[in-house]
Design a protein around this ligand. Sequence first.
Ligand SMILES: NC(=O)c1ccc[n+]([C@@H]2O[C@H](COP(=O)([O-])OP(=O)(O)OC[C@H]3O[C@@H](n4cnc5c(N)ncnc54)[C@H](OP(=O)(O)O)[C@@H]3O)[C@@H](O)[C@H]2O)c1
Length: 257
Amino acid sequence: MNGKTALVTGGARGIGRAIVLKLASQGTNVIINYFRNGDTARETVELATSLGVEAHSFKANVGDPKKIKQMFDWVRNEIGYLDILVNNAASGIQRPVLELEPNHWDWTLDINARGPLLCSKEAAPLMDGRGGRIVNISSLGSTRVMADYAAVGVSKAALEALTRYLAVELAPKGIVVNAVSGGLVSTGALEHFPKRDQMLNKAKQETPAGRLVTEDDLAQVVAFLCSDAADMIIGQTIIVDGGMSHYWATALGSDNA
Ligand SMILES: NC(=O)c1ccc[n+]([C@@H]2O[C@H](COP(=O)([O-])OP(=O)(O)OC[C@H]3O[C@@H](n4cnc5c(N)ncnc54)[C@H](OP(=O)(O)O)[C@@H]3O)[C@@H](O)[C@H]2O)c1
């Protein structure tokens, strides 16, 4: 991964920052996309630079096609190519499904599903002939029903389907596309959940591995998927949840239920 260049959307904090720092620790130059928190982005640039790579930040709302275009115009003009795109940025309105309004749906889907599509469309030509990698970050809500998670869950289901389509259509160009889906990780994202502590305790109890998944657990799998060792993993969603989804599948009726 030495000397490659990666763009990580929402790379300034949380799981995105862990991915940025993992890739940087392996010698990959990084472009850190952010939306609102410039200070956090600058901090992450400093952390990555201290690992000996080149790091830049770029403010762009990935829910806005014009901003995505501006960001990739900058990559094209300033760097000229891209090796890795990690579609990590996400947002979403937390409501029961019948309380979702069209603007809630559009906000969530535009950032979490259309954003990765448009970023991938821009990234693919920049990866031409370089054996590029695209990794999309998903969550268990893509296939499971979680409280107030309908809009995000649907957006992640779309993202996983998009992963498969991109993977098949880009594989002949040498671009490898996969997704990494995670169990609950204690990041700033959970501040929007009213029952945050309860959720974390429950997740820990229901994780056979005995601890919560961390940002680094996800970042390591992203880095693996970006390595040559993962050349023939195409269009998969790798679940990193310490076994929680299997616990859910088997808990009813078991001694643990
Ligand atoms: N936390 C979990 O339990 C968990 C579990 C599984 C999967 N995931 C997934 O992992 C990814 C990262 O989650 P996280 O928990 O690290 O989230 P987080 O702490 O809330 O961070 C979200 C990041 O996305 C950026 N972002 C939000 N909206 C954006 C937009 N419209 N355009 C560009 N950037 C935007 C934010 O930038 P600013 O700070 O500048 O606003 C921030 O850097 C998401 O895809 C999430 O669905 C999370």
